[in-house]
Design a binder for this molecule. Structure first.
Ligand code: ADP
Ligand code: 5GP
Length: 197
């Protein structure tokens, strides 16, 4: 009998490298289903609707909330972001492992609903590096970067609620550590059906 999928949640402050680690992981592991979030944030240059996000207006997003279509949703830096519920639950049911890359408020909601998930906090080497990365990414206004950095100190306090912490200093090391966590979690005895081995 196929086991239920494992829910992996990658989270951490903005600019810490969550998206970069997710993309690198997907190149190395083709057996993870990645959830595409919905957001009211306007697309950045190059972002594609349905691939990077489902870009919704306020009305469409609120309708999804009312219809209880989100596993979690949160207001993050002035915009709304949410994880469509059905994609996650249907894939887990089919035995597919699912990866979410979401903010800390959202991760805490998911932890309440699905404590059996695996929660990985991506931690910055230090705040100066985080600031440099946010500026270097060149995709947010100075105001938005200030907002993100101001939130960071409080956000880092939540690392203690996660199962794992990965410091994203050297990218390659951080990706390998995250991959190792996923591989090790899959070997847990609770997911193995010894009778069919
Ligand atoms: P997040 O998704 O957490 O907001 P990103 O993945 O967009 O963060 O990364 C923010 C910026 O930092 C990007 O420009 C990315 O290329 C860069 N970056 C990510 N990880 C590292 C790293 N380990 N070393 C140097 N730069 C990095
Ligand atoms: P960005 O605007 O830079 O793409 O994302 C801003 C923040 O929103 C990041 O911390 C990202 O992880 C988070 N985020 C993206 N999708 C979701 C989601 O579905 N739910 C929540 N709670 N946060 C999300």
């Amino acid at each position: 009998m196929r086991r239920r999928g494992i829910l992996f949640v990658i989270s951490g402050p903005s600019g810490v490298g969550k998206g970069t680690i997710r993309e690198a992981l997907l190149k190395r592991m083709d057996d993870l289903k990645v959830s595409i979030s919905a957001t009211t944030r306007p697309p950045r240059p190059g972002e594609v609707d349905g691939k990077d996000y489902f870009f919704l207006n306020q009305e469409q997003f609120k309708k999804m909330i009312e219809e209880d279509n989100f596993l979690e949703w949160a207001k993050v830096y002035q915009n709304l972001y949410g994880t469509p519920r059905d994609f996650v639950l249907e894939n887990l049911e089919k035995g597919q492992d699912v990866l979410l890359e979401i903010d800390i408020q959202g991760a805490m909601q998911v932890k309440n609903k699905m404590p059996e998930g695996v929660f990985i906090f991506i931690y910055p080497p230090d705040i100066a590096t985080l600031s440099k990365r946010l500026c270097g990414r060149g995709k947010d206004s100075i105001e938005s970067i200030k907002h993100r950095l101001a939130a960071c100190e409080e956000e880092l306090k939540h690392a203690k609620y996660y199962d794992y912490v990965v410091v994203n200093d050297d990218l390659d090391v951080a990706v390998k550590k995250t991959e190792a966590i996923i591989i090790a979690e899959r070997c847990r005895i609770k997911y193995i059906d010894l009778e069919v081995m």
